[in-house]
Design a binder for this molecule. Structure first.
Ligand code: NAD
Length: 546
């Protein structure tokens, strides 16, 4: 399916500079002497022939010479646009080191400065001006068989707000992770940005901004553009999975509800985040020896991430015998106004299932004192909100408080790992959205978890693509989360680590893809017959750059 000869057929005929300028086929100094003769490359490359390991070491040496993370990002993107094989070979071997550059936190800075670092040809821009002609725009993409699309409209990029067309860094980064983490061949991946304008005053006035300099289209005109995009994808790339990414929450929930039962779509901010967080909580409960359905979970932030996590946690609690209504009573939310309760008249639709009967309290600290949560999850995009009194209250109420500060990038995190461990005297089981280094405290080393969506979405996507799932259901994310939690070794749990090492990510993705595909087959949603040995089949389909 993925590894098929015809991916390269077209490029087998390329010679000379055309070959060196084709990132799919270019192997640069790794072309052998014979290949250089056959493909008219003599003289176009320095005489030395390098192995891919030598090339890759060279990339890492150059990478380490760069002075800033943004320079490292630009350098890696340049390698990617010249030589796919070398880029993915290097990325896979140095994933833990390179992921924070090609993804959060550095990708956030790259998006903020995307107009300056922009390089053409790495993703597809669809704008208002393409209305009625989106199919032709899709046809301009050189690959004809697309299996995964990551699409944003740039309205809520990480916790950085509306970056408009500059949000393209996110789909590009996530597609690279699909290939690195789950072996989906780069030719099958399409990053898309739909530009409907921006409300970002800086971009509206910046002469170098790359997107449309107009206010955002909303309402029926917005919906019809998205609809045309979805229908055009279905016609031109019928096997494609569409992953919604970093849409503003007024559109994210609606679009997911509208398309989830008709098309092969999911929203990573809602469902992927929920999967990785559920996995982290299940691991944390292995440490505390408690049951999920005995927890009280308090969220700061009732947006895509928070509500998505709450919904999946509630659904997972029903597996322990609770009704969905009972399960939701275990999840509480504080938003920018205060505790989400049923007497409030200002609540958006997506918050209503969690608006319980309770006296209103105006802030997080009072909510903790009233509700006595066992787990605290930050998904507000507001930094420094898990203050010392907040962490101390959680520690007073719990032997091992579970505290996840998920807001991205690092500058938005509700607290740092150091603060969580220090203020809880080392008792917190802590995870964050962006990576924090280990913390030394009282002769102990504490390693924070990173609730990185990359643990979940590539494996889920692989399982969906392999089985040809017609829709994506919540049960697939629950299965993915349970599988991810099982990948954490007892030794890691003993040290308080709640996610497996990122270096194991490809094996983790295979396990997740297998569990997701099994749900697809059980739910009768598969378009392809189940192979005899599912795990082996999945492995055999993964792209391994050589
Ligand atoms: P969102 O815009 O949908 O939701 C933000 C929520 O925070 C809203 O409910 C808003 O009312 C609330 N909020 C704003 N100010 C607040 C305040 N002062 N106090 C309490 N609540 C406040 O955004 P989202 O998609 O839910 O993302 C939120 C954050 O979570 C972002 O920083 C994002 O980067 C992060 N996130 C992390 C992960 C991860 O770690 N794996 C995944 C997805 C999102």
């Amino acid at each position: 399916m993925f590894i098929k000869e015809d991916v390269y057929n077209e490029t087998q005929t390329l010679t000379g500079l055309d070959l060196l300028h084709s990132p799919q086929s270019n192997r640069s100094m790794a072309f052998t002497t014979q290949e250089r003769r056959n493909r008219k490359l003599r003289g176009l490359l320095p005489p030395r022939v390098r192995t891919i390991d030598e090339q890759s070491n060279n990339v890492m040496a150059n990478f380490h010479h760069k002075n800033s993370d943004l320079e490292k990002y630009v350098y890696l993107m340049d390698v990617q646009s010249r030589n796919h094989t070398l880029f993915y070979y290097t990325l896979i071997r140095h994933l833990a080191e390179l992921m924070p550059i090609i993804y959060t936190p550095t990708v956030g800075q790259a998006c903020q400065e995307f107009s300056e670092v922009y390089v053409s040809g790495r993703g597809l821009y669809i704008s208002e001006d393409d209305r009625g002609e989106i199919d032709q725009v899709l046809a301009n993409w050189p690959e004809k068989d697309i299996r995964v699309i990551v699409v944003t409209d740039g309205e809520r990029i990480l916790g950085l707000g509306d970056l408009g067309a500059n949000g393209m860094g996110i789909p590009i980064g996530k597609m690279a992770l699909y290939t690195a983490c789950a072996g989906i061949h780069p030719s099958y991946c399409l990053p898309v940005t739909i530009d409907v304008g921006t409300e970002n005053p800086k971009h509206l006035n910046d002469p170098y901004y790359i997107g449309l300099q107009k206010h955002r289209t909303r309402g029926a005109a917005y919906d019809s553009l998205i609809d045309e995009f979805i229908m055009s994808v279905q016609k031109r790339f019928p096997k494609a999975l569409i992953q919604f990414e970093d849409f503003g929450n007024q559109n994210a929930f609606r679009l997911l509800e509208k398309y989830r039962d008709q098309q092969r779509v999911f929203n990573d901010d809602i469902q992927g985040t929920a999967g990785v967080t559920l996995a982290g909580i299940l691991s944390a409960l292995q440490i505390t020896g408690q049951r999920l359905s005995d927890q009280t979970i308090l969220f700061l932030g009732a947006g895509e991430a928070g509500i998505g996590i709450g919904s999946l946690l509630a659904s997972a609690m029903t597996d322990e015998g609770l009704s969905i209504e009972e399960a939701r009573q275990h999840c509480w939310f504080v938003d920018s106004t205060g505790l989400v309760v049923n007497s409030r008249k200002d609540l958006a639709h997506h918050k209503l299932p969690f608006a319980h009967q309770h006296t209103f309290v105006p802030d997080l600290q009072s909510a903790i004192e009233t509700l006595h949560p066992t787990i605290l999850i930050g998904a507000s995009g507001i930094p420094h909100t898990f203050t010392q009194p907040v962490v101390e209250a959680m520690t007073r109420l719990n032997d091992r408080p579970v505290i996840f500060a998920l807001s991205n990038p690092t500058s938005k995190s509700e607290c740092t790992a150091e603060e969580a461990y220090q203020w809880s005297k080392g008792r917190a089981i802590f995870a964050s959205g962006s990576p924090f280094p280990p913390v030394a405290l009282n002769d102990m080393i504490y390693t924070p978890g990173q609730a990185n969506n990359s643990y979940i979405f590539p494996g889920v996507g692989l399982g969906i693509v392999v089985s040809g799932a017609r829709h994506v259901t919540d049960a697939m994310f629950t299965a993915a989360a349970r599988t991810l939690a099982k990948q954490v070794s007892d030794a890691d749990l003993k040290e308080g680590k709640i996610y497996p090492p990122l270096s194991d990510i490809r094996a983790v993705s295979v396990a997740i893809a297998e569990s997701v595909a099994r749900v697809v087959y059980q739910e009768g949603l598969a378009e392809t017959p189940m192979p005899k040995d599912l795990a082996e089949y999945i492995k055999s389909q993964m792209y391994d750059p050589k």
